[in-house]
Design a protein around this ligand. Sequence first.
Ligand code: GDP
Length: 444
Amino acid sequence: MAFESLTDKLQNVFRNLRGKGRLTESDVKTAMKEVKMALLEADVNFKVVKQFIKAVQERAIGADVMNGLNPGQMVIKIVNDELIKLMGSETTEIALRPGNEVTVIMMVGLQGAGKTTTTAKIAGKLKEKGRKPLLAACDVYRPAAITQLQLNGEKQGVEVFSMGDKQKPVDIAKAAIEHAKKNNFNVVILDTAGRLHIDEDMMQELTDIKDAIQVDQTILVVDAMTGQDAVNVSESFHEKVGIDGVVLTKLDGDTRGGAALSIKAISGKPILYVGMGEKLSDLEQFYPDRMASRILGMGDVMSLIEKAESSIDQEKAKEMEQKFKKAQFGFDDYLESMNQMKKMGGIGNVLSMFPGMSGKMQDIEGAIDEKDLARKEAIIYSMTPKERTNPDLINPSRKARIAKGAGLPIIEVNRFIKQFDQARKMMKQVPGMMGKKSRKHGGF
Ligand code: GDP
């Protein structure tokens, strides 16, 4: 997970400040030296680090401590504010033309950055928003690029326009736009060719496309794992081709994460999305404020809530809410809620977004025994359908039968059923806790 070691280091710095009743100038300076080291080690561009530290220091020394905060917390607040500023403050959406007018998006980037994958991921996001995207295979050089786009398009349920690898990318782009207009598509995403390094031919080809057709948005895909290089690549592409925004891929694999903090400051262009894995669903909108609180180890409750909202089937949630209200929650529903949890990426993933949890993930993964969940599943599967919907039926002899079926000691069956009963009692007392309203407003 990105930023793990940066988060650890920053938390150490803040821990030392927290104990202090008053902060002297030298306390702030010492802390800032450590923050500076931590940022450099996270591969944040040194110019960015310098400016950042200067801004924080100026504000922290001589700042009036706000009501309700101690001086250490005040420094955290200032660091948080400045991190958000650094990453661009606002969330930037891909600008789309209204209604059925065709928006043309050109995806650019070096080979291996994740451009083809991201093209399909973005198509999926646009589809979710009710758009009708068409992908255009303009990478005619990399062997298999067209097939890869077609396979990904198929997985996303999005049509791919291709003319093989013998035509010029400009002509393919023009033909794709014509095809889109005739067939009611309202977004065309051009998957262009990358090269291993910045290269004049590639830049020329992209400029030719931009000269020949009206490209509305040029989106650069860069690999977070390349750290400073990702930042340099953004700067070059912006100078030569002109970009509107950046998608930072492989943030799941990069433990340093410096690129996320430097791109906006250096290239002037915002990060639109971050790639968090190889699956086509692993693309997250970029929120500077949430990223800042993730970096500071304050968790990311907002992202968690959103993830929950998109993964949980709203119909099922409603159905469950009704059951909660009437206290009809049975074991089948328990299984269903475990499945929802799995859809959200497993317990480890969900917990890492809670405040104070990041950095301690190894301990947590160990403590939460996924095998224990499997045993609970085995217990439920050994119940009859009637027992599952009506847990009150389960008497001692039924428990013995269930334990035998699950191949587990009866004590474990007893423990689980007791926990389940307690949870049911709690639900009765909190009706409406799965209600839409409470989730929308962050009432977790
Ligand atoms: P292209 O040459 O830029 O079109 O790159 P591809 O789309 O073929 O991606 C290169 C490799 O990076 C593939 O193995 C992708 O699965 C992988 N990849 C792309 N995005 C991500 C991401 O966000 N996280 C991880 N872990 N892998 C990614």
